[in-house]
Design a protein around this ligand. Structure first.
Ligand code: NAG
Length: 226
């Protein structure tokens, strides 16, 4: 009967397809096992080295030579102050007593990593003139490390926002009341900074009652060579 013929063909096709599928998955699983073993072998090699290497600023990865390791943690709501670490040194923190509500900024020599200035400016009730005065210290070859605390934006005007944009910020123009913001920029850099994070203050998504989540950003900045 024709029916039986068709069913037979379907069964054969199905068998072929599933066989192929299994062969395929087993084959790729073998590859995975192989690469896993490779990783374990590497691990056991590393285990010969007795001490675990310490990463600067407690970062996940070490930086190559001629890079500065940094970590920036923004303030948590209006309660916990921000921290800025560079090359294992805390530049700004509550313990150092050099942070405050608003914008927290550390200026660093991009060639040497030397801390030049720190400043914190209340952007809810302070004067943005003071921020612009501070930013005049941004000469060519200076890096800026910035962390928000509570409200970094209410008093920011177009001029101040443009200054941050000129240091490579993508978010300064849109920064709003109680947004979280971390940023590393430089005077005279040609591209947008890859080191910037921003979360909007949004009732729907806020982690805290009235504030968004804390930002934590770490990485390696190439030392300025010339
Ligand atoms: C950074 O330090 C070097 C060496 O001391 C100096 O020559 C350079 O002018 C400094 N740059 C800035 C922007 O301060």
């Amino acid at each position: 009967m024709r029916w039986i013929g068709i069913v037979r063909i379907l069964v054969i096709l199905f068998t072929l397809l599933t066989t192929w599928y299994f062969a395929e998955t087993i084959f790729s699983a073998k590859w995975e096992v192989k690469s896993l073993r490779h990783i374990f072998d590497k691990r056991s090699d590393d285990a010969v080295v007795p001490e675990k290497t310490h990463s600067k600023c407690g970062n996940e990865k070490n930086c190559p030579d001629n890079y500065f390791a940094f970590k920036i943690i923004s303030g948590a709501a209006s309660v916990v102050g921000p921290t800025i670490c560079l090359e294992d040194k805390i530049l700004m923190s509550s313990v150092k007593n050099n942070i405050g509500r608003g914008l927290n900024m550390a200026l660093v020599n991009a060639s040497t990593g030397e801390l030049k200035h720190t400043g914190h400016y209340d952007m809810y009730s302070g004067d943005v003139k003071d921020v612009k005065l501070f930013l005049e210290k941004m000469t060519d070859g200076t890096l800026i490390f910035l962390a928000s605390f509570d409200d970094p934006a209410t008093k920011l005007d177009v001029q101040a926002r443009e200054l941050f944009s000129s240091y490579g910020s993508s978010f300064a123009t849109k920064l709003g009341f109680r947004d979280s913001w971390t940023f590393v920029g430089g005077k005279g850099i040609k591209h947008k900074s890859p080191f910037e994070q921003h979360i909007k203050n949004d009732k729907e998504t806020n982690k805290y009652d009235g504030w968004p989540e804390v930002l934590e950003m770490e990485g390696c900045i190439p030392r300025k060579m010339d």
